[in-house]
Design a protein around this ligand. Structure first.
Ligand code: ZN
Length: 86
């Protein structure tokens, strides 16, 4: 990611729950993937469930696909600028 929002939020959430629960807590962002090709980088994505009457797409959960964000959903930094700068 061009910014550190995802990791910063993990620390903030962990601190919040550590205080609220009165016990050490950790937080881990789940919808973050490593992208390979050129420079290895992390990218956040939004999962979608695609459902259709075809193998692999049936059932209540359907087939899970991910769409990567073009901009950080927290601070708005363009993730494409990061590619240009690399
Ligand atoms: Zn950000």
């Amino acid at each position: 990611m061009a910014c550190n929002c995802v990791r910063d939020n993990e620390s903030r959430i962990a601190d919040h729950y550590t205080e609220q629960l009165g016990a050490p807590a950790t937080a881990e962002a789940k919808n973050v993937a490593l992208l390979f090709g050129g420079k290895v980088r992390e990218a956040a994505f939004l999962p979608y469930a695609v459902k259709a009457d075809k193998p692999g797409f049936r059932g209540a959960k359907g087939k899970k696909i991910g769409m990567f964000f073009s901009f950080c959903p927290f601070c708005g930094v363009s993730l494409k600028e990061e590619e240009k700068a690399a």
